[in-house]
Design a protein around this ligand. Structure first.
Ligand code: NAG
Ligand code: NAG
Ligand code: NAG
Length: 495
């Protein structure tokens, strides 16, 4: 679509971004896909035995306009609980080989505990997985995409290390029931985001503002929970089911504002180590990065804490977590310029002062509707090289990457973003020898985007949220992506 349009607009042909697009074919083995998550699409929040999650609770018991830009929630969302067959039809029509989705914990275990399994919830996912397989689509399944059972949140949620026991039990039930249909599992999606937004900033459920240490305790418990689930799979299911399990990281490239200034270099490195690597390092090399351990200990001490606000792993815990990954699942949206800030002690001590950098976008990077999202595809190639070198994961899947706008059907901005990022991925495969085997674009459909509600959609397919039928309409980007998948080529012609 877009290319035909470009052919009549001569300017387009000479624009530098077009000229930079890789004109080789994607390898036959490369798996194109699309992504979504339970709370964002399913709706049916209390149907067929489903229990209450922290997002249900958060948006039912707070004034919704104080938490979500348009005062909406995910009670109905895309209604995929009822319209899943249409979703499968759209995936098939797009030609994708993988569909990334998440399981709603409270649909399977209404109060989160293993005491009672809700068979209707199990059946929903079984039907969906079977239909996907019948259409040649592999489900890539996230166990936890932010919708913690409210009962377990009352029990402390990600502040309580015993959550790891509950998560391992839930994971076992999922592996038992769905393992025959699922070969790619993700344990927790972007714990960096939920721990920061849910336990420190308070913008996401459960809405805690524990600015000194909530985020670190949550990180500690998330890593234990991930590791326990991985071991359940490794010990009890791998031999029979032969699948793979990974934690869901979110990583961008941290670029020193002044590349020749050692202080900015240090700040950029710190931003990486205390961000993406704060979850990547424990899983792939063991323990938090030393910089993170040392800084938080020092800042805690300066703030009169006789202990570090960062929980310390015992050697036993390090061994439990180290190596618990069968591939690298990484979400990439954007990168940042990072500037050094002079160290100072902030009161009360908190993670912003622990990190103590300024991070912002280059003004020349195109801006999406979401304030946090700009386009810098070169950053994806560079961060892939770094993660591959640091973690040697064997296989990498880009599990999220996408662009928000204001919902237009002719979404040229999304096409440009997806094309440029797929081109960066192809460069990393063909020129850098990095084993990126798949890509699940965020998102298949417009969906409930947490604090921004339905105001900044990411979908290839438009959903009419004012229509009780939740009618789906293909945007230009869906047609472009369909063509890319069919030809394995990002342009009109490849070599
Ligand atoms: C921002 O991007 C422009 C265009 O690519 C580049 O020339 C400039 O050096 C970048 N600025 C910084 C501070 O990296
Ligand atoms: C993590 O495991 C690797 C491989 O077994 C080992 O070399 C490394 O020392 C471990 N890391 C820690 C911090 O124990
Ligand atoms: C890439 O990963 C896939 C899946 O694990 C594997 O089959 C393939 O051999 C790997 N390719 C390379 C070049 O390592």
């Amino acid at each position: 679509m877009m290319r035909r349009y470009c052919l009549v607009v001569v300017l387009c042909l000479v624009s530098s971004t077009q000229a930079d697009i890789n004109n080789k074919y994607f390898p036959e083995s490369f798996q194109f896909g699309a992504a979504g998550a339970a709370y964002q699409i399913e709706g049916a929040w209390n149907e067929d035995g489903k229990g209450e999650s922290i997002w249900d609770h958060f948006l039912h018991y707070n004034n919704p306009t104080s938490k979500v830009a348009d005062g909406t929630n995910g009670d109905v969302a895309c209604d995929s609980y009822h319209k899943w067959q249409e979703d499968v039809d759209n995936l098939k029509k797009l030609g994708v080989r993988i569909y990334r989705l998440s399981i709603s914990w409270t649909r399977i275990l209404p109060d989160g505990t293993p005491y009672r399994v809700n068979q209707e919830g199990v059946d929903y996912y079984l039907n969906l997985f079977k239909a996907l397989k019948q259409n040649g689509i592999e489900p890539l399944v996230t166990l936890y995409h932010w919708d913690l059972p409210q009962h377990l949140s009352d029990f402390g949620g990600f502040l309580n290390p015993q959550l790891a026991d509950y998560f391992a039990a839930y994971a076992r039930i999922c592996f038992e029931n769905f393992g025959p249909y699922v070969k790619y599992w993700m344990t927790i999606n972007e714990p960096q985001t939920t721990c920061g937004s849910g336990y420190s900033l308070g913008a996401h459920a459960p809405g805690y503002t524990l600015i000194d240490g909530g985020m670190y305790q949550c990180a500690y418990v998330s890593l234990l929970a991930h590791a326990r689930a991985w071991h359940v799979y490794n010990d009890e299911f791998r031999a029979q089911q032969g699948g793979k399990v990974a934690l869901g990281l979110v990583c961008g490239l941290s670029i020193p504002l002044d590349p020749n200034n050692p202080k900015d270099q240090e700040a950029a490195e710190r931003n990486h180590l205390m961000g993406c690597a704060s979850y990547g390092n424990p899983v792939y090399v063991g323990n938090w990065p030393q910089v993170m351990i040392d800084r938080i200990a020092a800042k805690s001490k300066e703030g009169n804490y006789p202990f570090s606000r960062l929980p310390q792993f015992t050697q036993e815990e390090i061994d439990l977590i180290n190596g618990t990954s069968d591939f690298l699942a990484v979400n990439y949206y954007s990168s940042a310029l990072v500037q050094y800030l002079d160290d100072f002690v902030g009161f009360p001590p908190n993670n912003l002062f622990d990190l103590n950098v300024l991070a912002f976008a280059n003004q020349s990077w195109p801006q999406a509707a979401s304030i946090w999202l700009t386009s810098y595809p070169e950053g994806l190639r560079i961060i892939l090289n770094r993660l591959n070198k640091d973690y040697n994961p064997g296989e990498i899947i880009i599990t999220e990457n996408g662009w928000s706008d204001t919902g237009e059907l002719d979404d040229q901005g999304r096409i440009t973003y997806i094309q440029a990022h797929l081109s960066a991925i192809l460069d990393s495969i063909l020129e850098d020898g990095i084993n990126v085997t798949g890509y699940t674009v965020w998102s298949l459909m417009d969906s409930f985007e947490w604090s921004t509600g339905y105001t900044e959609p990411f979908g290839l397919i438009k959903v009419d949220f004012n229509d009780p039928q939740r009618t789906r309409t293909w945007k230009s980007s869906a047609k472009y992506y369909q063509n890319v998948i069919a030809t394995r080529c990002l342009l009109d012609q490849c070599q």
